[in-house]
Ligand binder design. Structure first.
Ligand SMILES: *[C@@H]1O[C@H](CO)[C@@H](O)[C@H](O)[C@H]1NC(C)=O
Ligand SMILES: *[C@@H]1O[C@H](CO)[C@@H](O)[C@H](O)[C@H]1NC(C)=O
Length: 191
């Protein structure tokens, strides 16, 4: 048994420069991830999601992921459904089940919504329960290591994510990341 805690990350300062209401799609549309020297660096939701994944992947010794806007759009559609219930219970029979891997997150906080960095950190935190040598997971009942193993799944090359505020709340958010090729294949090791 190993403890998993609800991860409360410090919000990166750059995040404060962003309107919390900016949609992931709009941010993605005006920033393709490249910077020109001299421009102020604004860290978009997309870059936060990608950077958090790639830091965990580097730590595991696997190659970085690239962003894929098809996965982002499907994640946004998925998050648009989750936000009604404001829950991470998977949707029933979503069209891309099995085609893409998927991680779900719910952030709830009084004043600061769950950021992309926190969402990815909540999955990576499962690492503390994962035993690589035996490829087993000692997470508490009802929890798995599947979020972490998908983040660091070696054969996965692409990711796309989205986050939405819950319909009933200004404080709660849901976040979805989708992965291709999908990870967490039974009987295989992540890395
Ligand atoms: C990103 O945008 C910059 C500036 O508009 C452009 O020079 C660059 O080629 C683009 N990169 C990609 C990968 O689309
Ligand atoms: C993004 O993912 C979709 C679905 O797997 C794929 O069809 C598409 O070619 C990918 N796009 C890029 C730029 O790799």
């Amino acid at each position: 048994m190993c403890p998993l805690f609800f991860f409360l990350a410090v919000i990166p300062l750059a995040f404060a420069a962003l309107s919390p209401h900016a949609s992931v799609a709009a941010v993605a549309a005006r920033n393709n991830g490249s910077f020109t020297a001299g421009q102020p660096k604004v860290v978009t939701y997309q870059q936060q999601f990608l950077q958090a994944h790639n830091e965990a992947r580097t730590a595991a010794g696997v190659p970085p992921l690239v962003w894929n806007s098809t996965l982002q759009l499907d994640s946004l559609r998925y998050a648009n459904e989750l936000r009604h219930r404001c829950s991470t219970t998977p949707l029933y029979a979503w069209g891309t089940d099995g085609v893409y891997g998927r991680n779900l997150f719910k952030g709830s906080r009084m004043d600061i919504p769950g950021t992309p960095t926190e969402a990815v950190a909540s999955w990576v935190d499962e690492k503390r329960c994962y035993h690589r040598r035996s490829n087993t997971c000692a997470a508490p009942d009802g929890r798995t290591c599947g979020g972490y193993t998908q983040v660091v799944w070696r054969a996965t090359t692409q990711v796309g994510c989205a986050r939405r505020r819950c319909g009933s709340s200004f404080d709660d958010t849901v976040a979805v990341c989708e992965y291709y090729p999908p990870g967490n294949i039974e009987g295989q090791r992540p890395y």
